[in-house]
Design a protein around this ligand. Structure first.
Ligand code: NAG
Ligand code: NAG
Ligand code: NAG
Ligand code: NAG
Ligand code: NAG
Ligand code: NAG
Ligand code: NAG
Ligand code: NAG
Ligand code: NAG
Ligand code: NAG
Ligand code: NAG
Ligand code: NAG
Length: 537
């Protein structure tokens, strides 16, 4: 791991070793934290750069990669819990780097979890942020605990807000001087958490990076759960095998839509322009070998998968699944065989009760969930004036091949903000910028064909923190720092595609991604793997 911080970050290193006794600060921090209300400190340890930290208490359901994390810089690690009510509380970690930049950062969570994202904490700490992460009010990927309203409130907004309030106190006490700026970095549920803070806790952050956000949350779950209704299981006439999705249907989608952008590269640059017609695949009458075609019922089911969801009054609940995401969707939303992974716990513990038969879910239930909107988890408030007025900035990005949450959902939110606040894009640009990332799947899952590495996490820098990967032209985290601290807003984000998504194999190509409502357009003659052959129009 090469560690040479960019000029931008190194310039802000103000805490000189002479003035600040890191070891003494770490041994004294427990006493200082004890005076913060509602906290119990478990551990305070100095951890040296290169240490492979293990987390034996991590909930067994958390993903295997979250049981250990290599720490990239020297830091003081503080673990504690904070009660949020008489029947709820968060567990949190605070990582305080020796080389502090005066910046504070909160990380977020994913899915219905429950699991601290240590990889994000290691990334931010390596960049000199005092960094916090919390367990979202419950441990593990499951949401069974969400049947306690206080725990649900933590999940919706209070875990992040609490870890920010407490984390800032710990940071200021540790370094003996107040932090200068405050940031947030998260994706998916983490993206929703970031937007929730922008909407309802505008004082918490000067800069927010909210990726692939699960906003319009109730309908994110409703929409993905409906695939099971549409496709059924292996014994249903509408069922389609994963082989057919991955081969036949995905290839047919690329045949119909990959060339719309002028380049045949497996990337549908703007899926909004793709009006996919699965009926092209209906078997010729009398065909006996149906391995390369679909029945009329199956074609109807595919059309339904790529259709928006409307309520009983005809109001849009959620935009359509984006064509081009289906190969990744097979892995992640399991078209057909099982219901969407987050549906059981969400409907059983947050909306209905465990007796609900998920196979009978229908539109009435989806509308009920949307209207219940526990603790306003929809996270779709259009008035961001408090955040705007204090001068804070937000970068949001969304993959154009996101198989879990269509990026059109974020377009709808952008339009909702514009209409609610009565602002044109030129004014929204002053505090909120939305980048549509072609060929990115979900967050930093390495299964999108596009230039999806944009510094969104350690994986988004190819696990290589260098001055090159930290360049704010290509890194959303250093871009938000530059915007907040120097007033230079990102016009585009340069994405990187590594060969086989493997850092050791080097770069395959790069492409600049445009901010909404601009669209990335190929110039028709240049090498399409070069960023300069494209422009934002
Ligand atoms: C860190 O330790 C864990 C648990 O022992 C191990 O699985 C993992 O491979 C180690 N990581 C590295 C980079 O050595
Ligand atoms: C959650 O996990 C943390 C450590 O990861 C542990 O200290 C805490 O007791 C756990 N909470 C519950 C309710 O199991
Ligand atoms: C401590 O937690 C209780 C709820 O358990 C809450 O009422 C109180 O406001 C909290 N105190 C502080 C200082 O946050
Ligand atoms: C925090 O930890 C203490 C000590 O283990 C425990 O008594 C308390 O219940 C925990 N509080 C919460 C909110 O988890
Ligand atoms: C702290 O930052 C300085 C300046 O960038 C660097 O020279 C030094 O190696 C860093 N120390 C550690 C332990 O990371
Ligand atoms: C915070 O910013 C002020 C003004 O630029 C600077 O003097 C101070 O050293 C900074 N503090 C830290 C901890 O970086
Ligand atoms: C498949 O779906 C049918 C109809 O809903 C149901 O009766 C059957 O039990 C399901 N089979 C499996 C294996 O889930
Ligand atoms: C999505 O699929 C990838 C590849 O199989 C897997 O690593 C990842 O955990 C899955 N994520 C979810 C949310 O299902
Ligand atoms: C959903 O199912 C319930 C009960 O089976 C039924 O009353 C309701 O009309 C159904 N809603 C729709 C939109 O089909
Ligand atoms: C949800 O939002 C509405 C409208 O902004 C507000 O009136 C209500 O108090 C909120 N409810 C909760 C539980 O935060
Ligand atoms: C990290 O980047 C540096 C400089 O760009 C390069 O020399 C090195 O090979 C990269 N390391 C890995 C593991 O990709
Ligand atoms: C397209 O971009 C390339 C650079 O990649 C440039 O050399 C070429 O002149 C451009 N062509 C047009 C028609 O703009």
């Amino acid at each position: 791991m090469v560690l040479s911080l960019s000029g931008l970050l190194a310039a802000a290193l103000v805490t000189s070793a002479a003035a600040f006794d890191f070891e003494a600060a770490c041994s004294g921090i427990a006493t200082q934290v004890a005076s913060i209300s509602n906290t119990t400190v478990f551990h305070t340890d100095i951890v040296s750069a290169g240490t492979n930290l293990t987390f034996p208490d991590q909930d067994p359901t958390c993903s295997a990669s979250r049981f250990s994390q290599v720490v990239l810089v020297d830091m003081c690690r503080v673990t504690l819990n904070v009660s949020t009510s008489s029947s709820s509380g968060i567990f949190m970690e605070t990582w305080l780097p020796r080389n502090w930049t005066g910046r504070f950062l909160s990380t977020g969570n994913g899915g219905l979890g429950g699991c601290i994202q240590f990889e994000d904490m290691a990334y931010a700490t390596a960049l000199g942020f005092a960094t916090v992460g919390a367990n979202n009010g419950h441990n593990g990927t499951g949401g069974t605990l969400l049947n306690n309203p206080e725990v649900l409130a933590d999940f919706v907004y209070r875990s992040i807000h609490t870890n920010v309030v407490v984390g800032k106190e710990i940071t200021d006490a540790f370094y003996g001087s107040p932090h200068n700026t405050s940031y947030y970095l998260g994706c998916s549920t983490g993206g929703r958490q970031g937007w929730k803070m922008v909407q309802d806790f505008p004082e918490d952050f000067d800069g927010v990076v909210a990726g692939s956000p699960a906003i319009n949350f109730n309908n994110v779950i409703n929409y993905a759960s409906r695939f099971h209704n549409i496709l059924g299981n292996a014994s249903s006439p509408t069922f389609i095998t994963s082989d057919k999705w991955l081969g036949l249907i995905h290839n047919n989608i690329l045949e119909q839509c990959d060339t719309i952008d002028g380049v045949t590269d497996g990337i549908i640059e703007d899926p909004n322009l793709c009006d996919y017609k699965p009926e092209e695949l209906i078997c010729e009458p009398g065909t006996s070998d149906t391995s390369n075609c679909l029945t009329a019922e199956q074609a109807g089911a595919v059309r339904a998968v790529f259709s928006p969801m409307y309520d009983t009054q005809g109001q849009l609940m959620f935009p359509r699944q984006q064509p081009g995401s289906e190969n990744a969707a097979i892995l992640n939303v399991s078209y057909g065989t099982n219901i969407f992974a987050f549906a059981p716990d969400w409907y059983h513990y947050a909306i209905f009760d465990p007796s609900l038969d998920l196979n009978t879910l229908n539109l009435t239930d989806f509308v009920f969930a949307e209207n219940l909107d526990p603790f306003n988890i929809s996270t779709f408030k259009g008035d961001l004036s408090a955040f705007q007025n204090r001068g804070s900035k937000v970068i949001t990005y969304h993959g154009q091949a996101d198989m879990i949450i269509s990026s059109t959902d974020t377009e709808l939110y952008y339009q909702h903000v514009a209409q609610t606040m009565g602002l044109p894009p030129s004014e929204i640009d002053k505090f909120m910028r939305f980048f549509r990332i072609s060929g990115m799947s979900h967050c930093s899952l390495a299964n999108g064909p596009g230039a999806w590495e944009i510094g969104q996490t350690l994986a988004g820098v190819g696990n290589n923190v260098t001055s090159e990967t930290l360049d704010p032209e290509r890194n959303v985290l250093t871009a938000i720092v530059r915007w907040v601290e120097e007033g230079v807003a990102p016009e585009t984000i340069l994405g990187t595609k590594l060969v086989n998504d493997t850092p050791q194999l080097g770069v395959e190509f790069s492409r600049r991604h445009c901010r909404y409502p601009f669209r990335n357009v190929y110039n028709g003659t240049g090498d399409s793997t070069l960023p300069d052959s494209w422009s934002c129009q």
